[in-house]
Design a protein around this ligand. Structure first.
Ligand SMILES: [Zn+2]
Length: 299
């Protein structure tokens, strides 16, 4: 098999989730200027992480194909344990190179530093274009045991029409766009990107899920919108997250300074407060691994 299946050859675990087609507000704002997303993870028992090492031997868990063999969609983990996955979209649209050349920063090294300082495992949904612009940062994120790098497309074009003003990619080009992002990660030195894909703007439909079906990726949405896109009030972002998190939640945030300037500061509130409430931070892979056996019929 070619394409996505090559780099997502590690398929393990299995559940069937019903694909839904939600409309999200989050990336809407982003879309105007074009920002993307990142990720999160899962963790251990009681005392705070010690994040578990990224599963390399067996590969990260994925979900079984959805109905009619469509790419599976994951939105949140099981609700029985106080774990939460912070995900950070590293948005950069294919045609934003000129803006970057003029000094606009689509990266956010301070945010990554803070996550490390607080020892917060996280999943970064990176666009291929971002990895090309910031290869050293992409490599460092990929090499850090706290983080996992997942796919947010190469070009940050929408996979449906009418997705917050984003340019649209044709169905015939979707799989190749995702594959191109994985190749960009490899070129930057990210050795073990996980086979998870976040749709730009969170927009998808059956056509998009069908286009990605052969690739072996699990689409990852979210259940908590941070509202960090273009937000300048870190307290408001923190309040949105703290008000939305439930056990097993996936929070969508951004690691792009120009489009999400308050995120790093918000993290300094969100992390200690959720820990105080007994939450443990995990990467998306850990949530998917835990959800697998319980969330659907085993294969
Ligand atoms: Zn995005």
């Amino acid at each position: 098999m070619s394409g996505l299946s090559d780099f997502t050859g590690y398929r393990l675990r299995v559940t069937t989730l019903t694909a839904r087609v939600p409309a999200f507000a989050v990336c809407a704002l982003l879309a105007a200027v074009t920002v993307a997303g990142c990720g999160s993870e899962a963790a251990p028992k009681k005392s705070e992480p010690l994040p578990s090492p990224k599963a390399k031997a067996s590969g990260p868990p994925t979900l079984a194909p959805g109905p009619q063999g469509l790419a599976p969609v994951f939105k949140n983990g099981v609700r029985s344990e106080k774990v939460v996955a912070l995900t950070f979209d590293a948005d950069m649209t294919a045609d934003q190179g000129k803006r970057a050349a003029r000094g606009e920063r689509f990266d956010n090294p301070e945010l990554i530093r803070t996550l490390k300082q607080y020892k917060v495992p996280a999943t970064v949904f990176m666009t291929g274009r971002w990895a090309e612009e910031y290869p050293a940062q992409a490599k460092a994120i990929g090499a850090d045991p706290l983080f996992e790098v997942a796919n947010h497309s190469y070009s940050h074009y929408a996979f449906t029409k009418d997705c917050y003003g984003l340019p649209t990619i044709a169905p015939k080009d979707m799989k190749a766009d995702v594959e191109r992002a994985f190749k960009a990660f490899e070129k930057a030195g990210v050795a073990d990107a996980v086979p998870y894909f976040r749709f730009p703007g969170g927009c998808y439909d059956r056509t998009a899920l069908r286009a990605l079906a052969a690739g072996g990726v699990t689409a990852v949405q979210w259940d908590v919108v941070s509202g960090d896109a273009f937000a300048t009030d870190a307290d408001a972002v923190a309040a949105d997250v703290l008000g939305g998190v439930r056990p097993g939640s996936v929070v969508v945030m951004h690691c792009t300074r120009s489009a999400a300037p308050a995120t790093e500061k918000a993290i300094r509130t969100i992390v200690p407060e959720l820990r105080k409430q007994g939450y443990r931070f995990v990467r998306v892979s850990e949530l998917i691994g835990a959800a697998g056996p319980a969330a659907g019929p085993a294969r």
